[in-house]
Design a protein around this ligand. Structure first.
Ligand code: JBK
Length: 228
């Protein structure tokens, strides 16, 4: 898969995506990530990417021209153009799974109050939000989505990990139970005896029960209860 990220802060994406599992996947050629400075697509002397909002109001709006130039440069047959914005479709594991089947993703990252809406209308296939909070920029949000997508690509996780049961994937969507490693007693707290028992059926049942209890407490929406 090819992924292009268009932003005025490429370093914000390069940090997390150049490190650890995704960084190694990129080095191994399992995913090719391009980092593009939106200012490189400006044509004026000041490399200006923003301007005052029509209709007034606080802050600045990102100009359309650099985004149009970037997409003209990067888009090819079959590309999917994604804009990170708090107004977008909520990002979930199912969306990550859909995106992992694409051949080319282009992420457009906004800043300031927003992006000229003609960019969304003319260029964007999918507006995505990673959550209901205010960030300083969409680049962090794009890095989150790219991380979640890249780890699903063939070969990126070891066989062991890819087969693992994960919260939010597959059937029975509830949270995972707690995890422990050695020592068996630490800071006056013992690892639950069932995990030391070697009884795999009992361990599975305990994990299921603990996961469900956490889900009821923290995420009742996942059980079809209160919508958050
Ligand atoms: C937020 O994807 N988002 O959720 C997002 C993108 C850009 C700015 C934001 O404040 N929440």
């Amino acid at each position: 898969m090819k992924i292009d990220i268009v932003t005025i802060f490429p370093e914000i994406a390069r940090g997390p995506l150049g490190t650890s599992i995704v960084g190694r996947a990129a080095e191994a050629g399992l995913v090719e990530i391009g980092y593009h400075d939106l200012r490189d697509y400006t044509t004026d002397r000041h490399r200006q990417v923003d301007d005052l909002p029509y209709g007034g109001g606080p802050g600045m709006v990102m100009k359309p021209e650099p985004f149009f130039a970037a997409v003209a440069d990067l888009r090819r047959e079959g590309s999917k153009v994604v804009m990170m914005t708090p107004q977008g479709l909520p990002f979930r594991q199912a969306v990550a799974e859909d995106l992992s089947r694409e051949s080319h993703l282009v992420f457009l990252c906004g800043h300031y109050e927003g992006v000229d809406h003609r960019v969304v209308e003319a260029l964007v296939d999918l507006e995505l939000s990673i959550g209901d909070y205010v960030l300083t920029n969409g680049t962090l949000a794009a890095a989150v989505v790219v991380d979640a997508v890249a780890r699903l690509l063939p070969g990126v996780l070891g066989d062991g990990r890819s087969a693992e049961v994960e919260s939010f994937s597959g059937e029975g969507r509830h949270l995972e139970g707690p995890h422990y490693t050695r020592p068996a007693e630490y800071a006056g707290r013992r690892v639950p005896e069932v995990l030391l028992s070697g009884n795999h059926a009992a361990i599975a049942a305990w994990r299921e029960q603990e996961g469900l209890a956490r889900t009821r407490r923290n995420r009742p929406d996942l059980l079809g209860g209160v919508e958050v």
